[in-house]
Ligand binder design. Structure first.
Ligand SMILES: C[S@@+](CC[C@H](N)C(=O)[O-])C[C@H]1O[C@@H](n2cnc3c(N)ncnc32)[C@H](O)[C@@H]1O
Length: 274
């Protein structure tokens, strides 16, 4: 990689920041480079310099680049074992504590198009059954990718997004969604009011407090260590004592917060705030 390419790589990221307000400075550089290179190749540009020229003149290419940089793959109940643990151990523990103080508050951070938030909501609703409406359930779901948030707010999902659901959970599809045709399902109208989809960059100020659970899965891997630590400290202060933090399968607590959480389920990367 030539010095010139490094200069243009930096310029590309600055352009993204200035034009769209997305600051990728705390992200792992190797991943960003690969993503920009992939876009440049697809746009048939051989250098970061020529790709930068394209970016200046093309809004569409800027959209495509942001799509590539935010990496928003997701699905319902992504990683069965983790959602089994949330269903069987985390939700009952949260509800148990709510005997006196009601209001179950969860945050799906880096929610992409909302599958994770709705997966959690379905499990809470299933567990509480007819008592659901007494518990003041609210899930905040945040992301920096506006296109993904728009999809989440539409509540419309392709069948592909349900493909890895365990068979025993497949009945949730008909219970919580209706078939709109064209291999698409829409969340039934009684559910969206329990999930707020909000544009929020996790490196900015903390927007929530008194949370019972934070799911932040498959996002921190893209951050450098300093940003990971900063975000995990924020999660710690946003949680109630005894609140749960659920990370992705290849993510773990940073050294700065390790002594502030207890391991609840090592294999599923679930931790409890001390
Ligand atoms: C791979 S998806 C993970 C979706 C879901 N949590 C899951 O595990 O299936 C990562 C998401 O994190 C979002 N993201 C990246 N940086 C972010 C930031 N600084 N603040 C909030 N969301 C961010 C991306 O836009 C993307 O939608």
């Amino acid at each position: 990689m030539s010095h010139g390419d490094n200069v243009y790589f930096t310029r590309i990221l600055l352009k993204v920041r200035d034009e769209r307000g997305l600051d990728f400075s705390g992200y792992r550089e190797a991943i960003l480079r690969r993503r920009v290179m992939m876009r440049a190749r697809l746009a048939k540009k051989g250098t970061f310099e020529s790709y930068f020229s394209l970016l200046i003149s093309s809004h569409d290419e800027m959209d495509r680049l942001i799509d590539a940089l935010t990496i928003n793959v997701t699905e319902f109940f992504r990683d069965q074992r983790v959602f089994d643990a949330i269903e069987e151990r985390v939700i009952p523990a949260i509800v148990q504590k709510k005997k006196t103080a009601k209001g179950i508050r969860a945050w799906s951070c880096g929610c992409s198009s909302g599958e994770e938030a709705y997966s959690v909501l379905m499990l809470i609703a299933e567990y509480l059954g007819p008592k659901f409406s007494h518990y003041g359930v609210k899930i905040y779901a945040t992301d920096i990718d506006k296109a993904s948030l728009a999809k989440a707010r539409s509540g419309i999902y392709e069948t592909l997004q349900f493909k890895n659901m365990a068979n025993r959970r497949k009945l949730l599809i008909d219970k919580y969604f209706y078939d709109t045709g064209n291999r698409k399902f829409r969340i039934r109208e009684e559910w969206p009011s329990f999930v707020d989809f909000i544009y929020h960059d996790v490196s900015a100020e903390l927007p929530f407090e008194n949370l019972d659970m934070i799911t932040c899965r498959n996002m921190l891997i893209y951050f450098d260590r300093a940003l990971q630590e900063d975000v995990m400290k924020k999660f710690h202060s946003a949680l109630n004592p005894g609140g749960f933090l659920v990370l992705g399968n290849v993510e773990s607590l940073g050294v700065g917060v390790r002594d502030k959480f207890e391991e609840f389920d090592r294999a599923s990367r679930i931790y409890v705030k001390k």
